[in-house]
Design a binder for this molecule. Structure first.
Ligand SMILES: [Zn+2]
Length: 315
């Protein structure tokens, strides 16, 4: 839901000299590539790992002459445009950088320029194998268990609505954590005032607490649910400017508590979540850029306690 205003479109491809850009993110991650455009808010960078939009708030260093490897690659790509063996070499370079799509492009080009099929097929197999191994090593989204109590016995319509809200919160959590966390299971204890969160039809106040947090119908907004989950599941503190008093969603310390995608993760949130999910390597998700966060939110399993599940299947 972040809007982008391209106020100043500045830089286009400049091919003079063997220079490309090096960008260091606040996480310490470095990216080499070619700057395509710079605006007040972000840099657009063509890198070995694909094209990225990088929020300026996350950039700690930008060296327009630091991207030596990328510059060499670009020069070789230009020089070897019609050279079959150069295309093979470029495919190997891309394979080395794990840029599998580009590696395949160079192989197709090599084949079109007359490289014998046995050679391109062997390298193509190598690319497939390397990509499969890389994918296998990627951390998987981590599912969390959310316990919800309800003060009243809910009717069928209310139950369906509640699960819709939980699923929306799961989607938001997934997006906020760059595909790292989602609600794998929600256990709804109907008629019990205990849980991480407690649905209360009559509640009109502000949700507060660190467990069994009361939530009235207006409180089941995905951002609020995720915020209260931060308290109840991970003991995260309130942000100065989140919720009461401050402007919602604007935060000095962005986090699941008050998320601003372009600011990355605040240090406290990062530390606590990384510690809570050390085994699952959650911290690896924090450095991802938007373009690396595609994918579907895994389904949320619903378990009803104290009442039968709604009869009607939801669409
Ligand atoms: Zn709070």
């Amino acid at each position: 839901m972040h809007r982008r205003h391209f106020l100043v479109a500045v830089l286009c491809l400049s091919l003079g000299g063997l220079h490309a850009d090096l960008v260091v993110l606040s996480s310490g991650r470095t990216l080499e590539g070619r700057l395509i455009e710079a605006t007040d808010q972000e840099l657009r960078l063509e890198t070995f790992a694909g094209p990225f939009r990088i929020p300026k708030a996350r950039v700690v260093r930008h060296d327009p002459k630091g991207g030596g490897d990328f510059a060499k690659y670009e020069a070789a790509a230009q020089a070897g445009e019609k050279d079959p063996s150069a295309q093979l070499a470029l495919a190997k370079t891309c394979l080395g950088h794990r840029v599998f799509a580009r590696a395949r492009e160079h192989l197709v080009r090599a084949a079109a320029l007359g490289v014998e099929e046995a050679k391109t097929a062997a390298l193509s197999q190598e690319v497939d194998k390397a990509e499969a191994a890389w994918r296998k090593g990627l951390p998987q989204p981590v599912g969390v268990l959310l316990k919800v109590g309800t003060v009243q016995v809910l009717d069928e319509k209310e139950r369906t609505w509640l699960i819709d809200r939980v699923e929306a919160a799961s989607a938001l959590l997934f997006r906020i954590t760059n595909g790292g966390l989602y609600i794998q299971e929600v256990v709804v204890d109907v008629g019990s005032p205990k849980g991480h969160l407690v649905y209360d039809r009559a509640f009109t106040g502000t949700p507060e607490g660190s467990g069994s947090i009361p939530m009235g119908p207006v409180n089941w907004d995905p951002a609020v649910v995720v915020h209260e989950m931060g308290h109840a599941l991970w003991g995260l503190p309130d942000d100065d400017s989140a919720g009461s008093g401050g402007k919602w969603g604007v935060s000095k310390y962005p986090c699941v508590m008050a998320h601003q995608w372009d600011q990355g993760f605040g240090p406290c949130c990062r530390q606590r979540l990384s510690a809570a999910f050390r085994k699952e390597r959650l911290s690896e998700f924090f450095d991802r850029l938007e373009e690396e966060c595609e994918g579907f939110v895994p389904d949320t399993q619903v378990t009803w306690k104290g009442a039968p599940a709604p009869k009607q299947a939801r669409p």
